[in-house]
Write a protein that binds this ligand. Structure first.
Ligand code: SF4
Length: 256
């Protein structure tokens, strides 16, 4: 099988050009600098996984639904139900901000990182403060909350969008929201229908960590040595185990 080494979207320490870095790549750096470095500096990305098509469908339909209220400049019934005094933000750049390939962007001056991220939605209070919104879909019998440790990544996602909007000159409320749709499992039959219980969860964001992480991320990309792996990564344990078996096998093959 040919080696899968990319030649595009690779950081060059000698270049003075801005380097485009998505919100999700910042998250991948936080999770493991080594995999991030292999990807953005050496062109070896992790294998892709199939898209979560049901989640994508929920996102798409929610966007269409909230757009109806954006056009009417009125609150969506869920916003009323959860006591959020705002309406969906109607702005000419909304489609660009929601596009995952363009998103809202900001060139961070000291690192020359062009940070971007495609937001799900933005709401606006009567005072003109923006509220950043992310849609999530799941299916669980447990109560939906933001307490699971792995949801720290969701919170960072919201905080990066808050930071990007602030850097673009908007006044952004520290509270952002997750519109969380939970596919109900305890229906008696399927009949081609999946019903959802939807809740809106608030998160008080703090974007104070972002510029420090961008500095660390740039320092990581500027170096010529591989950073250490994260501890406890199942995939790395798998790679190490495969490597040791393959080396053992090639010794046998060589000796045979
Ligand atoms: S621990 Fe290993 S496989 Fe896991 S993310 Fe890091 S480098 Fe990649």
């Amino acid at each position: 099988m040919p080696a899968r080494i990319r030649s595009r979207n690779i950081y060059d320490p000698a270049s003075k050009e801005p380097f485009k870095i998505s919100r999700s790549k910042i998250e991948s750096f936080i999770r493991c600098p080594r995999c991030f470095y292999l990807d953005r500096r050496r062109g070896v990305g992790q294998p892709s996984s199939p898209p979560f098509n049901l989640n994508i469908a929920v996102d798409h339909l929610l966007k269409k639904e909230f757009d109806e209220y954006r056009a009417k400049k009125t609150a969506h019934p869920l916003m009323v139900k959860f006591g959020i005094e705002a309406v969906p933000f109607d702005h000419p750049s909304m489609d660009i901000w929601r596009n995952p390939f363009t998103g809202i962007q900001f060139l961070h001056p000291s690192t020359r990182m062009l940070v971007f991220g495609g937001v799900d939605d933005v709401w606006v209070s009567p005072q003109g403060r923006l509220m950043i919104v992310d849609y999530k879909a799941t299916s669980t019998d447990s109560e939906i909350n933001l307490d699971d440790p792995w949801k720290a990544g969701y919170k960072r996602q919201l905080e990066i969008y808050q930071w990007l909007f602030r850097k673009n000159g908007f006044e952004v409320d520290e509270t952002g929201y997750f519109v969380y749709c939970n596919g109900v499992r305890h229906e008696p039959v399927f009949h081609n229908r999946l019903n959802f219980d939807t809740v809106i969860l608030a998160h008080k964001g703090n974007d104070g960590w972002i510029e420090g992480v961008l500095g660390q991320l740039k320092a990581c990309l500027d170096r010529d040595v591989l950073p250490n792996s994260s501890e406890g990564c199942e995939f790395c344990a798998y790679r190490a185990a495969s490597r040791s078996v393959e080396m053992f096998q090639s010794e046998i093959d060589f000796g045979a």
